[in-house]
Design a protein around this ligand. Sequence first.
Ligand code: ADP
Ligand code: ZN
Ligand code: ZN
Length: 716
Amino acid sequence: MKKFSVLLATNSVKAYQYLAPDDLNLKKGMIVKVPFRSRELFGVVWDESDEELEESKLKKIIEHYPQFIFSERKIKFIKFLSNYNYSNLGRALKLFIPQTYLLEKKKQNFKYEFNSKNYEKVKKTASRNKTQEVFIGNKSLSKKEIVHEAGVSQSVIRDLIKKKCLVPIPFAQELNININNISKVNLNNYQKKAKNKIIKSIKDNIYNCFLIDGVTGSGKTEVYFEAVEESLRDGKQSLILLPEISLTTDLFKRIEKRFGIKPVMWHSNLSKGKRKEIWQDIFNGKSKLVIGARSSLFLPFKNLGLIIVDEEHDITYKQQEGIIYHARDMAISLGFQEMATVVLVSATPSLETIYNINEGKYFRLNLPKRVGKAKLPSIKFIDMRDEEYKSQEWISESLKLEIKKSLSNGEQALIFLNRRGYAPLTLCKKCGSRIECPKCDSYLVEHKYNYRLICHQCGFSIKSVKDCKSCNSKNSLIAYGPGIERVTEEIISYFPDSRVETLSSDNSLKSHQILSDMKNGLVDILVGTQIISKGHHFPFLTCVGVIDADLGMANGDLRAAERTYQLLHQVAGRAGREDRKGRAFLQTYFPNHPVIQSLIKGSRDEFIDTELSIREKNKLPPYGKLASIIISDKDEAKIISFCRALKKKIPLSKDVVVLGPAPASITKVRGRLRYRFLIKANKDINIQKFLHLWVDNLKKPSSTRMSIDIDPYYFL
Ligand code: ADP
Ligand code: ZN
Ligand code: ZN
C-alpha cells in the first residue's frame, strides 16, 4: 500500500490522505472515490499534502477512474478559481464534478457486424437468413435497425449474438465534420482583418484575448464562426459562452446550417443520461463544439483551443449564488491556463474590457459598419415633460405616431420596458397602504397572466386582491405604475386591429413561437423586457420605443449608467437590420442626461471615456478593487454583534478602506436581514489576501451566513 492525497469535491479546505495498492497507477488529477466519515465521496488525486498521518489511521480508496484525469492546467485553473473568488478548494472542485452520476458507465449503443464464418457453423432458419441478408455490403447496424430492416424479432438477434454471428463494435457518435462542405458568407474587409488576427493566434497555440467590437449587425458572429472553424480543423475543442441559453435556437440553427453539425448544448434541462454522455464526450475530447452559459466553463475539456464570450458586457455573466464569480473573467483565465484563444464579442463592451485594451492586455478588432445595405438606426429622445398624456398611461402621442407610421408601411414595432408584470405597486386609494412581501422589504408586483401578486426578490406570491386589509375598504386597491402587461393593454387599446404580443420570462415557454412569428412578420407590435433586447434579428422591425429610458439609472449602483447605455443601445439595435431604415425613440424626463445624449449622438466612445475618467477619479473599478461581505441572519442582534466583532479585526492598511457595516439596500430577503461591508482597495493590492487575514479565523454563529463577493456587481 502507498499513501496519496485527495482533494474532495465538497466543502473542504485541504486535501486528505488515503491508501491505495502499490500497483494501482494513480496519477495526479485522476478522479477517485474514497470513504469520508460515513459517506463515499469523489475527489481528485492532489499534490502531496503536508499532513503526515500514520498508515494505520488511513482509509483505503474505493475506486479509481483512469479514464478521467484532470490535466495539470485544469488543476491550476481550479486553484486560481478558488483563490480569486475566495472559495475553498473543495467547493471549487465541486463545480467541475457537479454530480457523481456523470462518472457512471455510459450505456453503450453498440452496432453489430455480421460474422459469416461463424454463421457457417450454425443451423440456418428463415429469419436468420433474413438477418444475414441485411448485412450484405459490410454494413454495421444497431439492434433497432436490424429489427426494422430484417423484420425479425429481438430473440433472433439475441440468439445470433450468443452464437457470435452478430459481433458488437463500439459505435462512436463522432461529430463528423465535413469541413469542406461548409456554407458561408463572403466576409467584408473589416471582417477578414479581424478573422486573420484570431486565426493566427489559434494556429500559434497561444493565449490571446481579443475583443470583436462591432455595432449591432456588423457581422461579429460570422467572424467568430471562422475562428470556430479553424479550431475544429485543428482538432481542438471550442466553447461558445452565452449569457442565457434559453433563447439560442437561432444560433443553434445558424451553426447547424453553416457547419453541418449540431453543436452540443449544455443547459439545466438535459436529462441525466444526456448530461452524462455530453460530459464524458467532452472529457475524452469527442465533442468539439459546445454552447453553454456560465457553468459550461467547468466542463472537463480535454483540448480547448477557443473560447468565445458573446455579449461579453452582459451582467448575467456574474454568478450570484454559491461561489460568486464573473464568467467572462473566469473564461479569460481558463483560456490563459489552457493556452487557448479567447474572443470577447460586443457592440457595447464593458468598461473593464476597454480598460484592458487601453492597457495593452487585450486586442481590439473593429467592425464599424453594418453588413450590406443595413444602416444603424437613428435614435431620438421624446421629452416626456412636453408630452400630454393621462395619468396611468405611458405611451406618448409622439411614440404612437411613430408606431403608426411603421405599421402603415407594413413594418413592425417593438416596445421595451424592463419590468415584468402588470404594475410594480398595488396601493390603497383610501389609506395609501402598499402591499409588501412579508419576507422581504420589497413590494409585491401584480401579474395579470396568473392573477397573482408576486415578490420579485423571493418568489412569494398571493392571489390578487381588491380589498384593503389595513383600512377594510372594499375595492380600494389600485395598480400603480407600469409593467409590460399593462403597457400591452394600452397598446392594444390604440391599435385594436394589430397583432400585439408580450414577451418576458413569465411566458418564456411561448417565446420560440412568438419570436419566430415576429421574425416572419406575423406579429405587428412586440412588447417585451430585456429578454428581447439581445441577438434577435427581425427583418421587418423599423420602430423601437423605450417606455422609460430613465429606469435603472437611479439605483445608485456604480455601473448604472454603463448598464443603461448598453441595454438601450442593444434594444435600439434591433431596428432596421436589413434594408429598411430603423428608428428608435427613448421616452425620458432627463433628455440631457449623458447616457441619453451619448445614445442619440451615437458617441459611444466619448461616453466610455467620460465614464472611465469618473471611475479613475474615484478609484473605482477598473482603476481600483472592490469586494463586499454580506452578513445575513434572521436575528438582527446576532448580525450586529458579529459585525462588531468583524469590525474590530479589520487589518490595518493604508491602501484599503473598509466601509460599513451598514444595512444592505434591500435589507430583508427571504426573512433574513442583511448587512454589508464594502472593501475598497488600490489596484495593486491583493484583496483576497487582505480578506484571508481578516475573516479566516473568526468565530461565526452557525445561523449567520457570510458571503464574499469579489468585484461585486449588485449593490442591492
Ligand atoms: P452581429 O453578430 O454583429 O450582430 P451577424 O454576424 O449576426 O452580426 O450578421 C448579421 C447578418 O448579416 C447575419 O444574417 C449574417 O449572416 C449576415 N452577414 C454577416 N456578414 C456578412 C457578409 N460578409 N456578407 C453577407 N452577409 C453577412
Ligand atoms: Zn386601505
Ligand atoms: Zn419576498
